[in-house]
Ligand binder design. Sequence first.
Ligand code: ATP
Length: 469
Amino acid sequence: MTTKTILYVAIGGHAVLAAPDAALEGWEVCRAATLAEAGRQLSARSFALGLLLVEDASAREALERFLHDHWRTHWIVVLPAPALAQPLWRQLIHDHCGDFHTWPIDIARLRHALGHAHGLAALRADHGAMAPRSAAAAVASLTGQSAAIARLRRQIVKVAAASAPVLISGESGSGKELAAQAVHAASARRAGPFVPINCGAIPASLIQSELFGYERGAFTGAARAKRGLIESAQGGSIFLDEIGDLPLELQANLLRFLQEKTIYRLGSTHSIAVDVRVIAASHVDLAQAVGRGAFREDLYYRLNVLALEVPPLRERKEDLLPLAEHFFHAFSSERAPRVKGFSSRAAQAIRDYDWPGNVRELINRVRRAMVMAEGRLIVPQDLGLSAARAPDQAAQLDHARIRAERDAIDASLLRAGRNITLAARDLGVSRMTLYRLLAKHGIEAPSRACYTGAQSGAVAVPGRVVTGK
Ligand SMILES: Nc1ncnc2c1ncn2[C@@H]1O[C@H](COP(=O)(O)OP(=O)(O)OP(=O)(O)O)[C@@H](O)[C@H]1O
């Protein structure tokens, strides 16, 4: 019989005293009295199952970070009943916990829940799936409270359940790869590999053999046969970042792979069947690249079956401080011990800045500030940001920026005869971005509010992703 092991985390004195030992008879119990101690135990060994006793509902934020970091464990939480009335607590349970109980503990029910969870954990272990327990846990890696990021998380869950290719657009550093990882982790392929490739970073002369592999003797120096990256993603997902940089002749090979689900290694005439989901990303507008002849139209429609767009940080300012806090904690081992957090001036400077390098730039600035700060709190200069502008100046600038944006959209729609595709092209943004801008400025969208992906029959509607047949 296998030993039933559990990590038992009891935060708060009474909880420890009222420990439900009767429910844990026959279990090997490893105890922790703080989240930090539990974190240390989890970094030393993995636990399929964790029981978390929470005495005080005020610990929610710390708990959320902890559960976010330790999603591989199946958590059962015992908490004060009043916490269930709070939306944030309900969200935490929904996103991170397999089951919940309230004080006082019903021992029989808890014993049953633990046994049940242990059975399921054993099944998961049999399948070797060290993957998120649920789609919700997989998308929780995308930190942010804005409506835009919440919508993206919902779209990822839908897209993950389908099997068609995914095309992710968004500016550099906005989180496209993280979104792709979440699609994979929330999908049925999560136990398989996730293989990321930056098409722009591999020299054109090597990319064919890297992606498709080669046979022995295929070229001078090919002493042994080698599997390509697509083959190495067998059963999982391949993430083709900067797909717009793929040379045209390789685009044809990729298209063949998407259509036939087979590949040919360089120097071979034998086809190899490969079961891999393609997730592609681009920071340039691929529709425009098609227009310029730099990207194959047929490949574009093959890839663009399910489209996701990661909005730039400046369009989701509500995410800035939660993200900054998140990275402050994530990199806490690097910070000077005296540095305790952000000053209100730093928070204001973070909100005022436009973040052209998106989340990647935010990470870099926060890490730098954590090392460089001289006081207890990070100030704007530590982040390399000038102190916040006087509020009236900032407001004027915002006002001018918003007006200019609205005027440009109005003018484009007029020029394009209210055709969304033409107006988006005219403005140099994707159609999804234009729909978002229309909503932001309260401009009524032209009546044809959706477009059809020609080959795939897919329909993309703002805020929703719908697969065609
Ligand atoms: N919402 C988020 N929550 C937490 N971390 C994030 C979030 N978005 C992005 N990141 C982090 O920001 C960094 C940049 O993100 P990522 O590499 O996914 O961007 P990208 O759009 O793929 O960039 P590029 O186009 O340059 O390849 C990564 O370290 C990623 O983990």
